[in-house]
Design a protein around this ligand. Sequence first.
Ligand code: SAM
Length: 289
Amino acid sequence: MATDSWINETLYPQWGQRFLVQRELARVQSDFQDIVIFESETHGRVMLLDGVVQITERDEFVYQEMLTHVPLLAHGDCRRVLIIGAGDGGVLRRVLQHRGVERAVMVEIDGEVIRLAKEFLPNIAGDAWTDPRAEVIVGDGIDYVTRAPDAMFDAIIVDSTDPIGVGEVLFTDAFYANSARILSSGGLIVNQCGVPFMQADELRDTSLRRASFFPHVGAYVAAVPTYVGGFMTLGFAAKQPGLDAVPVETIRSRAAASGITGFTEYWTPEVHASAFHLPPYIARHLPKQ
Ligand code: SAM
C-alpha cells in the first residue's frame, strides 16, 4: 500500500527525480554516509547514499553489466579482478559470472552498505558473497591500492560514489598511479564518470588525470534510467591500445567462452562495441589521443 510520501533525489539542486515510497526499509547514518533503502512504487527497492540514487532493483542491470562485462571481455583473459566500492554486491556477482575469473577482491569502505544490501537487496549479489573466488574487504580503496603489490590484477572496476566525500580519493593522482602499478602489462581500469550532460567536469577531470598514468584513455556510455540526465559515462583506461575497439565477433566468442551469453538484459556484443562511439557533446571532454 503506497504511502503518500515522496523521496526526492538531491544530486542536482535545481532539477531531479522523485520516487513514491511504498515502504521505508532502512535509514542508517553510518560513519561515512546517510544510507536509505525503501520500497518504491515503480523501481522495486532503491538505495540512496547521502540523498543520491545508487541502485534500484529495476534498472541496476544496465550499469552493472556495462561496468563489468565490457572491461573483462575487452581484455579477453581476466583472471584477477579488483573491485572498489560496489557495496551492493552487483558488480561482484557479474564478475564471478565469468568462468575465467580465478579471484575477485572487493574493497568497500562502508560495512553498513554491505550489511544493509545483504538484508534488503539480497537479489543484487545473490550468492556472490560466499563464492570461494571472492574476497570482500571493508576498507578504503586508496589504502588497498597503495599497499597492493605490483601487477597483481588484470582489471580494476571502480563502482564508487561521485568525487565528493568518501569517494573523492578514488579520483586522485595517487589512486590512478597506484592502480597503474598494480595492474598487469595488459591491464585496464574502468570507473563511473557521471552523467556528462549534468556532470561534464567529472568526465573531463578524471580523464585528464588518468591520461598521466595510462597511455590509452577513453570512455563508453550506458543509458541508466535512474542516473538521470541522459547517458552515464564509464571511464576506460588501458595499458595496451585497441581494447576499446575489439571486433564484435571477437567479443561474441569471448562472451560464449566466459559463460555470460544469454545471461544479460542490456549488454550484447553490439551494444558493447557501439558504446565506445561517443556523441560530440561527450567526446569533447576526453583528452585527444
Ligand atoms: N553505482 C553507484 C553510482 O554510480 O553512483 C555506486 C554504487 S556503490 C553502492 C558506491 C559505493 O562506493 C558505496 O557503497 C560507497 O560506500 C563506496 N565508496 C565510496 N568511497 C569509497 C572508498 N574511498 N573506498 C571504497 N569504497 C568507497
